[in-house]
Design a protein around this ligand. Structure first.
Ligand code: FAD
Length: 349
């Protein structure tokens, strides 16, 4: 049953998992088998981590018992597998703060204002949270989040405006196609004739350019045009070296995402080469009650493989159970034969 939380009040829970990549998802499963529920937070708008963000269509060949499995398929299977445990997702929210409370619990905050009061934390942050690649022009920081956007949350705010869209991938093409009929003008700018996006979108874009419904300029962003503190447009440099001045109310920039360790590095946890040091019994960090699994952790012999993260999640789950209920006797049960686990999994006996 989902918890009813008064507005602004912290979410009270036993476990918060930071990162909904494959290892964070499997952590939900291993905790669920032990009767422990979890909240999952990810800065991306969807679960799946690197698998979904970087290589959704690529086949993976080293997941035990799955001779070949698409990366997105793996994520979909994990989501299916954790369904019986009803994890609560908080997506599109970067965890920015983690503090130890006097009572030994932890206070965790996200960039969008969600707060958790949790007994334990599992950091499954992979190579960090994915951040948009920025336009990198002088003075751009003054307009980022308003007139220069790296994601579109409220598309109707862009209707009737002069738009310049940068990028050659699916996001740039999809938004250009979607917004061109609604904007007062729209120009797509890409640095080279080859596009990374779906061929069908590229040919649709070319048709719209030919029909005069949008403009296409091949070049790179060179400088902002600012007048009286307001963004008026952008200069684009073509390969030949000449500048094209484009009037604009908004620049939509889709140069892809890159991972950044970000706030995790500032939580006072022992680090080695940008990874969290853990022991190999509990996968606990230098702070008791805070665990780390998957690509984010390091220990002698660590290999950044999904398979390793799955093993780490299993052992971390037992350690978390012991942390939460130190008096409870722990014993290993098999999912094949345990009636308790069948009940938790929703398997009829
Ligand atoms: C092209 C490519 C191919 C690969 N092929 C294989 C393969 O064949 N086999 C294999 O085993 N491995 C493969 N890998 C590696 C594998 O993808 C990683 O080992 C795996 O994704 C690690 O999972 P994870 O859950 O630890 O982290 P990730 O998948 O990186 O997920 C971490 C998540 O944490 C989130 N996050 C981080 N910090 C925060 C924060 N502060 N707040 C909120 N959210 C946060 C991120 O947004 C991200 O979604 C491949 C990797 C790449 C790039």
């Amino acid at each position: 049953m989902s918890q009813i939380i008064p507005a602004g009040a912290p979410v009270e829970t036993e476990v918060v998992i930071v990162g909904a990549g494959p290892c964070g998802l499997f952590q939900v499963f291993e905790l669920g088998l032990l009767g422990i529920s979890a909240h999952l937070v990810d800065s991306l708008a969807h679960p799946g981590g690197q698998c979904t963000e970087l290589y959704p269509d690529k086949p993976i060949y080293d997941i035990p018992a799955l001779p070949v499995c698409g990366a997105q398929e793996l994520v979909d299977r994990l989501l299916q597998q954790i369904k019986p445990f009803h994890p609560q997702f908080h997506l599109g929210q970067e965890v920015t703060e983690l503090q130890r409370r006097e009572d030994g619990r932890f206070l965790l905050k996200t960039a969008t204002g969600t707060t958790f009061n949790t007994a334990t934390v599992v950091i499954a942050g992979g190579v960090g949270s994915f951040q948009p690649r920025r336009i990198g022009l002088d003075g751009a920081d003054l307009f980022e989040g308003t007139d220069i956007r790296y994601r579109v949350r409220d598309a109707h705010l862009l209707h009737g405006k002069r738009l310049v869209v940068f990028g050659g991938g699916d996001s740039a093409l999809d938004w250009a196609l979607e917004l061109a009929p609604k904007a007062s003008s729209l120009t797509l700018v890409h640095r080279q004739p080859h596009f990374r996006g779906a061929p069908a979108s590229v040919s649709k874009m070319r048709q719209m350019v030919e029909a005069g419904h949008m403009r296409y300029v091949e070049g790179i962003a060179h400088g902002l045009v600012v007048d009286n503190g307001a963004l008026r447009g952008v200069n684009v440099k073509r390969a030949a070296g000449d500048l094209v001045a484009l009037d604009a109310d908004h620049l939509l920039v889709f140069f892809g995402l890159h991972p950044k360790l970000g706030p995790i590095a500032e939580w006072g946890l022992e680090l080695e080469k940008k990874a969290l040091k853990v022991d190999t019994e509990k996968f606990q960090t230098s702070v008791p009650g805070i665990f780390a699994v998957g690509d984010i952790n390091t220990y002698p012999g660590k290999k950044k493989l999904i398979l390793s993260g799955f093993h780490e999640a299993a052992l971390a789950a037992f350690a978390i159970q012991h942390h939460l209920f130190p008096q409870k006797k722990q014993f290993l049960q098999y999912t094949t034969t345990s009636p308790v686990m069948h009940k938790r999994l929703g398997v009829p006996d």
